[in-house]
Design a protein around this ligand. Structure first.
Ligand code: DX5
Ligand code: ZN
Length: 221
């Protein structure tokens, strides 16, 4: 079953609570929360207090994407604030296996994110331990960027790796996902789709989420 994870990065932050509630009513499978530190990516967003503040608004799982140089300093705080899954970037973690095991032991789902230029072989010895790989399909930092076409091959390679290792790791994609390209990206092997601008610019969010899920679901995988 293909899943849609709206990113609140594209929301109106002056009414964040209402925005989260509207995503809940629109049938979001996850709420994707982008945490940016101004170092790993050239942008700043929110921290644990804001995540905690919106936690009571919905039961939809919080999918927290840490775009930070020092994610492990904040993992406990984000879990306490209500994260259901934590995704960390391989690029900043020399001890990726240790980081993955730490998050896992906390009882939340764990994802490993790869920037567009990062090869998938960094996953070779952690794939069995994780719930999800996040393939960045734009260079992280901002919403509203164009999908990078060469990421389709990367998704296909990763899907092959997952099948050959006989694991059931999810492939999440993040950046530039739209109603126009979601079928192609899904056919390459992705199964969780983060979307910010496509959903927030829609006049009817429920309709957009349903249409995206439907288009993603008509595919081989
Ligand atoms: C980008 C973030 C994304 C972003 C996606 O750095 O990780 O989650 O919000 O936004 P769109 O769908 O507009 O590309
Ligand atoms: Zn993200």
């Amino acid at each position: 079953m293909k899943k849609i994870a709206p990113s609140i990065l594209s929301s109106d932050f002056s009414k964040l609570g209402e925005e989260v509630s509207s995503l809940d009513k629109a049938g979001a499978d996850f709420i994707h929360i982008d945490i940016m530190d101004g170092h790993f990516v050239p942008n700043l967003t929110i921290g644990p207090p804001i995540v905690r503040a919106i936690r009571h608004i919905t039961d939809v799982p919080f999918d927290v994407h840490l775009m930070m140089d020092n994610p492990m300093d904040f993992v406990d705080e984000f879990i306490k604030a209500g994260a259901d899954s934590i995704t960390v970037h391989a690029e900043v973690l020399p001890h990726l296996h240790r980081a993955v095991m730490y998050i896992k032991e906390k009882g939340v789902n764990v994802g490993v994110a790869l920037n567009p230029s990062t090869p998938i072989d960094v996953l070779d010895y952690v794939l069995d331990e994780i719930d999800m790989v996040l393939i960045m399909t734009v260079n992280p930092g901002f919403g509203g960027q164009d999908f990078i076409p060469s990421m389709l091959d990367k998704i296909t390679l990763l899907k092959d790796m997952i099948i050959s290792k006989d694991t059931d790791v999810h492939i999440q994609v993040d950046g530039g996902i739209s109603l126009e390209n979601i079928h192609t990206v899904s056919s390459a092997g992705a199964d969780i789709f983060v979307a910010g601008s496509a959903i927030f610019s829609a006049s009817d969010r429920r309709n957009m989420i349903n249409k995206m899920r439907e288009k993603a679901s008509i595919c081989e995988y």
